[in-house]
Write a protein that binds this ligand. Structure first.
Ligand code: 5RP
Length: 227
């Protein structure tokens, strides 16, 4: 028996997969919502559809392999047709906070080089203004302490991400600092200010990158929003 949130995530993920056409190269997102899109893509591949994926994390690459989805890379493909990925928050302007799963850097690279970014989320992640969810920022381990101090001057409360007492290490060998900003009225400004700090590799703010957002609801229905 699936809980209500799982029903909503599954609905969003499966609906987004309906946008995929044969021959496409598709970005495979990361997280528990992207999981459902990847499952659906796996089923489509099993049915004989020609789809290739570029994974946004080692975890999603592993899942794709288990499902028999052929993986390609940027060595072979410069541009993806579509990227389907989850979110921690989506604003009414369709700006997005990502990185709750720590994959934001690869997610940003894959999204940037995709013709179309489809964000999938359960209904509870759709908010008027971003910022309730702490913003993940990927930082180089060298000097993270001073990067962390500098982050405080931007008006957030930064916390080094840990996993079972150990520092969380991204797929790229970096750290994550979660920045509690409160309401983010101007995401582009915050993103730019963060990028000015040496040591910050990428932020989880995806400003005006999503072309489409698919919201999943607890009754299994979906709503498609276009920018
Ligand atoms: O950005 C992400 C990982 O870096 C995820 O897409 C985001 O955290 C949402 O995850 P979930 O679908 O499990 O709620």
């Amino acid at each position: 028996m699936q809980d209500q949130i799982t029903i909503a995530k599954k609905a969003a993920g499966e609906k987004a997969a309906e946008f995929i056409r044969p021959g496409m190269v598709v970005g495979l997102g990361t997280g528990s919502t992207a999981y459902w899109a990847i499952q659906k893509i796996g089923a489509m591949v099993q049915q004989g559809l020609d789809i290739k994926g570029i994974a946004t994390s080692e975890a999603s690459a592993q899942l794709a392999k288990e499902l028999g989805i052929p993986l390609t890379s940027f060595a072979e493909t410069q541009r993806l047709d579509m990227d389907i990925d989850g979110a921690d928050e989506v604003s009414e302007r369709l700006d997005v906070i990502k990185g709750g799963g720590g994959a934001l850097l690869r997610e940003k690279i894959v999204a940037f080089h995709s013709k179309q970014l489809i964000i999938i989320a359960d209904e509870h992640k759709y908010v008027p203004t971003l910022g309730n969810f702490p913003l993940a920022v990927e930082v180089i381990p060298f000097g993270w302490e001073v990067t962390n101090s500098k982050l405080q001057t931007l008006g957030c409360v930064p916390t080094l991400r840990k996993k079972q007492q150990e520092i969380f290490i991204t797929d790229n060998g970096n750290y994550i600092i979660d920045c509690a900003f409160g309401k983010i009225e101007n995401p582009q400004q915050v993103h730019n200010a963060l990028h000015n700090i040496p040591g910050i590799v990428e932020t989880g703010l995806f400003v005006q990158m999503a072309h489409t957002v698919v919201l999943g609801y607890e009754d299994g229905s979906t709503k498609v929003l276009q920018r």
